[in-house]
Design a protein around this ligand. Structure first.
Ligand SMILES: Cc1cc2nc3c(=O)[nH]c(=O)nc-3n(C[C@H](O)[C@H](O)[C@H](O)COP(=O)(O)OP(=O)(O)OC[C@H]3O[C@@H](n4cnc5c(N)ncnc54)[C@H](O)[C@@H]3O)c2cc1C
Length: 369
């Protein structure tokens, strides 16, 4: 009985690891050519997903790479007013530590036997127990798990639902080696999250473990084609930075200095989500996990849910040896319930961030009463 997992992201790898711990064979098909083929982006805050890492037998290794100080937070308004500053004491419990996505993925990859992940296999279609890949190769399966992220191709085997734009467009920037190149800005951003919330625009800067600060500038209540009309020339980084500074007219010079200091990687990202509470009638030979199943606004739940999905599907398969249909039903029942709650909470925070008084509302969220 062959378990095929499409996608070597956090969810697919958590599943492969838990199956491995239970002596259940699985193969992970990943379209990237190798683990380093594509940058893995920035930091993730891992909270409920810690349970998955416990089930995967990797919790101590996780704490060794987690950054407790990454929980530090500063919240400001565009005129420079500091609304909230939280510094994490050295002995604080690691409730929501930050971790570099690449480090976490490496931890999971290194925990699997050689050959479990087959790189360079871009899934195209599946029928009659056979997977087909873009390079013309094929492989058999009895259970297919779509762990292939936001733009999942496996998803179409179970539902017609597609991600929809939610009126947020983000421009991502990066300052490399900030301690050396811009120590003043490094001190301003601090060890963790630095948020400036304005009306319809926010700037989120975050210290990464490798000495970079990554910056996301979000434009809320903007249409899906906003990047084509925004006047940001993505093929000309210097002009793109200048245009972004124009778009933040009236903001304190300290914030626009972050944009001016950024390097030449200027990346547009349109934010989409799947419908909250998406379900499908269970099918014995195929299921989904992670963003493929429940893409949410990026407010800190997606990676946690993907890790949990992978671990819990692995445990369900171990609890029902040879009965994939029963395992998938049990997994999906719990997953639909858990992730629809997380998606509703994420939608509430998203709504708050998109509101005209986002800074005050976020302050009240962090300091209720
Ligand atoms: C900017 C940003 C910040 C975020 N911050 C946080 C955070 O702090 N906390 C949090 O919990 N979540 C966060 N998220 C969400 C989180 O990144 C995702 O929810 C999580 O990565 C989903 O994991 P996954 O395994 O489902 O998919 P992914 O991590 O996207 O992995 C999918 C894998 O499938 C592969 N693949 C895709 N198509 C194919 C194919 N056809 N064939 C073979 N392989 C394929 C991809 O190459 C990839 O390796 C953030 C998201 C963004 C965009």
């Amino acid at each position: 009985m062959t378990i095929a997992i499409v996608g070597a992201g956090l969810g697919g790898l958590a599943l492969a690891r838990v199956l491995h711990l239970h002596d259940i064979e699985a193969v992970v098909y990943e379209r990237e050519a190798s683990r380093g083929a594509r940058g893995q982006g920035g930091m993730l805050d891992i909270h409920s997903g810690q349970r998955a890492l416990r089930e995967a037998g990797l919790i101590d290794e996780f704490f060794a790479i987690a950054r407790g100080e990454g929980q530090d937070m500063r919240l400001l308004t565009p005129d420079g007013t500091l609304l909230l500053r939280e510094d994490t004491p050295d002995d604080a419990p690691l409730l929501r530590p930050e971790v570099d996505r690449a480090d976490l993925r490496d931890l999971l990859l290194d925990s699997l036997p050689e050959g479990v992940v087959r790189w360079g296999h871009a899934f195209e279609s599946a029928a009659d127990g056979v997977l087909r890949f873009a390079d013309g190769s094929s492989a058999p399966y009895d259970l297919l798990v779509g762990a292939d992220g936001a733009n999942s191709r496996v998803r179409a085997l179970l539902t017609e639902a597609r991600p929809v734009h939610i009126g947020q467009n983000v421009v991502e920037l990066c300052i490399s080696d900030i301690d050396r190149t811009h120590p003043d800005l490094a001190a301003m951003v601090g060890r963790g999250n630095y948020w400036v919330l304005g009306k319809g625009v926010s700037l989120a800067a975050q210290r990464n473990g490798d000495g970079r600060v990554r910056i996301g500038i979000s434009f809320y209540n903007t249409p899906e084609d906003w990047f084509t009309t925004s006047g940001i020339p993505f093929d000309d980084p210097a002009a793109a930075r200048a245009r972004l500074i124009d778009l933040l007219a009236g903001w304190d010079a300290r914030f626009t200095a972050l944009i001016a200091a950024a390097d030449d990687t200027v990346v547009p990202r349109a934010i989409t989500t799947l419908p909250t509470g998406l379900t499908w009638p269970s099918k014995p030979g195929v299921t989904l996990l992670g963003d493929a199943a429940h893409l949410m606004p990026p407010v800190g739940e997606g990676a946690n849910m993907a890790l949990l999905d992978g671990a819990l599907l692995g445990l369900a398969l171990a609890a029902h040896p040879g009965d994939f249909a029963a395992a998938v039903r049990e997994y999906e029942r719990e997953m639909f319930d858990r992730t629809s709650t997380a998606a509703r909470e994420s939608a509430k925070i998203q709504d708050l961030l998109m509101s005209p008084d986002a800074a005050q509302r976020l302050l009240a969220f962090f300091q209720p009463g």
